[in-house]
Design a protein around this ligand. Structure first.
Ligand code: ADP
Length: 399
């Protein structure tokens, strides 16, 4: 069974085709500048050279059609006919409180995506566009939605409610949702298998440290808490996002700098995090580490603040779960940066956590990086959101 996985942005469309017989990626690619001049498709068939198509893509339906043409291209394609695709899995960012698991697309699902436009104004409209483009280009094929917010739906009110007047929750759904759901669900599930933990009771913390970063705590695969909130702005320090802060800062900057709330929230999303802390050096960890190595004090303190924030959340989640069996690191920083992994774990010595430096000296592979006598297993586990979406899609269409 072949599954097409789609992750649609407002002007971009990423895809993968996964053969579920062995879960291998047979092709992947990216359409950029959809609806803008200079549209381009980069198609990467496994085992063959990349294929670049520069053709106008006025909308996502045209983009999908070009992807389908590339998939069956005699030279660059990976299948005879797109009939070989059994179903399409879509990443959709916000499902509000309506859905706590993946679902087959119907009119009601599309209505929910629209009803949640207020909660994810940049992502949900683009995600729906991707679904409708697939429906138009491949009529009759099942489309499945995998929600970024679904994993956080198992949080209890004590974890998801903000301490603000309750009527705002009732009227507007103002609560913590959490994001990166596919990644947290995938990694926590794989950690349970890899560490041979009891799938019903395992207490797992996943540190998804990418450009966007979040952390989750789950018991038996069910999320009990996760660090992003109503939006992805809450929680950890990220590449350009501030993470949690005193909300009065918004008012203060508005007054002092003559900005409105939208402008300040934009600054907190795009100009803060390690980019802001480093005095504008970079949002990329590699640049900040290079800066710190050259003696840049702001880069050093940015790294320290980043690590402290991760460790603080781990500590809080250990308390929340009254224990932890395994802690996993994933995504760009988590998978590649041994010094960040080590620095976070140094805060956790009190919990009996010990990193094996030799094992930790690696990147991007499934590996236990704690010592044999560490009280808690620490695991490096590359995330694979596309594979999670494909597995969910397969499970839904197989009933
Ligand atoms: P996202 O999916 O949120 O855009 P990724 O998970 O791809 O992000 O992570 C990207 C980030 O990972 C980069 O911005 C960079 O900070 C970090 N990163 C990538 N490679 C390395 C590396 N070798 N060492 C340290 N950090 C890295």
């Amino acid at each position: 069974m072949k599954i097409l996985v789609i992750n649609c942005g407002s002007s971009s469309l990423k895809y993968q085709v996964i053969d579920m017989d062995d879960e291998s990626v047979i092709a992947k690619g990216l359409c950029e500048r959809i609806g803008i001049e200079g549209s381009e498709l980069t198609h990467k068939p496994t085992g063959k050279a990349n294929y670049v198509v520069q053709e106008p893509m006025p909308d996502h339906t045209t983009a999908i059609k070009l992807v389908m043409d590339a998939l069956v291209d005699p030279e660059h394609g990976v299948m005879k006919s797109t009939d070989e695709i059994s179903a399409i899995g879509h990443r959709v960012v916000h499902g509000g409180t309506y859905y706590s698991s993946s679902v087959l697309v119907d009119e009601q699902v599309k209505k929910v995506i629209k009803d949640c436009y207020d909660l994810a104004p940049l992502h949900n409209p683009a995600n729906l566009t991707g679904i409708e483009a697939c429906e138009a280009a491949m009529p009759g094929k099942p489309n499945v939605v995998v929600w970024d917010t679904a994993f956080g739906m198992s949080m209890e009110p004590k974890a998801y409610l903000y301490a603000i007047p309750y009527e705002y929750y009732e009227k507007y759904g103002l609560r913590r949702y959490g994001f990166h759901g596919a990644s947290h669900a995938f990694v926590s599930g794989e950690v349970i298998k890899m560490a041979n933990l009891d799938p019903k009771t395992a207490k797992v913390i996943v540190c998804h440290l990418g450009n966007g970063a979040s952390i989750s705590a789950s018991i038996g695969g069910k999320c009990v808490d996760t660090s992003m909130g109503l939006t992805p702005l809450e929680g950890l320090i990220m590449g350009t996002r501030s993470g949690s802060l005193d909300p009065a800062i918004v008012q203060f900057i508005c007054n002092k700098e003559g900005k409105d709330v939208n402008e300040v929230i934009n600054i907190l999303n795009k100009k803060s995090g390690i980019l802001g802390l480093s005095g504008g050096v970079s949002s990329d960890f590699r640049d900040i580490e290079a800066g710190a190595a050259e003696g840049n004090e702001l880069c050093k303190s940015a790294l320290e603040a980043y690590v402290l924030r991760v460790a603080r959340y781990v500590g809080a989640y250990v308390a929340e779960m009254n224990g932890v069996d395994a802690i996993a690191f994933t995504a760009g920083v988590g998978e590649n940066d041994k010094s960040t992994r080590k620095a976070v774990c140094e805060y956790l010595g009190y919990l009996g956590i010990q990193i094996d430096d030799e094992a930790n000296d690696c990147r991007g592979e499934n590996r236990v990086i704690s010592t044999a006598d560490s009280k808690v297993k620490v695991i490096l586990l590359p995330t694979n959101e596309e594979l999670y979406i494909a597995r969910e899609t397969k499970a839904i269409v197989e009933g």
